[in-house]
Design a protein around this ligand. Structure first.
Ligand code: 1GP
Length: 245
């Protein structure tokens, strides 16, 4: 699968030494676009739209249209299932949950989704999704065997396997709203193990210094979601800390 324009843009920023911030918006929570304006304007590079439960394709379409009316940055689907596809997005993280115990989340959903994604004409970013520590709703729904917090080398082995399989983005996920984010040590070990994939870290990032720790450890991008819903001012601080470090 060729690299499309959205991924090219993200990679060229990364290759120029820039660190990236993605804002995750879950249509189920129906966050008003106006409330997250200061967060986006602080320098968010792309908006992820998706979630684990209670989202119809109609919700996805409606929400993405409204996000695109307000902001001129790429909207990327962060899929929670076949119900989260939308032709209005600019791209999709075509993810395999590598540490799921259920083949459905490793390859089953992808087989069903692939022809639909082709029909919708969405840009595909081949991605590995690796669930770590707490795991949150994604870990539960995705039947993950989360990697223990104190075993960063296991995370690195998954990430390396992902790169060897040709995946171009590796997403280390602690789970949305997780009480504990991924360990900076795991991020550093993974960053030193893989060379090409975009390394994305998310789940439980609520403080600027934590975000900073991850990018300093070698993450190319961080994802914030919950903090932008609860405290947009703090979320904007996180964004500017990463963008202007
Ligand atoms: C979840 O990593 C994202 O997939 C964001 O997590 O909601 O905890 O910021 P938070």
């Amino acid at each position: 699968m060729k690299i499309g324009p959205v991924e090219r843009r993200l990679r060229s920023k990364r290759d120029a030494g820039e660190k990236l911030v993605f804002l995750l918006l879950d249509p189920e929570k129906d966050i008003k676009v106006d409330s997250i304006k200061p967060v986006v304007e602080a320098g968010v590079d792309a908006i992820f739209v998706g979630g684990s439960l209670n989202i119809t394709t109609y919700d996805m379409d409606k929400y993405i249209i409204s996000v695109k009316e307000h902001f001129d940055i790429p909207v990327i689907i962060f899929p929670g299932g076949l119900n989260t596809l939308s032709k209005y997005a600019d791209a999709i993280l075509f993810m395999s949950l590598l540490n799921s115990l259920d083949p459905y989340w490793i390859i089953g959903a992808q087989v069903t989704a692939a022809p639909l994604i082709k029909k919708l004409g969405l840009e595909v970013i081949p991605s590995a999704y690796i669930i770590y520590g707490h795991g949150g709703a994604a870990g539960h729904i995705g039947r993950a065997l989360p990697i223990p917090y104190e075993q960063p080398y296991i995370t690195a082995a998954y990430a390396l396997a992902a790169e060897m399989l040709g995946m171009r983005l590796v997403y280390l996920e602690a789970g949305s709203g997780s009480p504990m984010p991924v360990s900076p040590e795991a991020v550093s070990i993974v960053a030193n193990t893989i060379s090409d994939p975009l390394l994305v870290v998310g789940g439980g990032i609520r403080e600027p210094h934590i975000a900073r720790q991850f990018v300093d450890a070698g993450a190319d991008a961080i994802v914030i979601g919950t903090i932008a819903e609860r405290d947009p001012k703090k979320a904007a601080e996180i964004v500017s800390t990463v963008k202007h470090r």
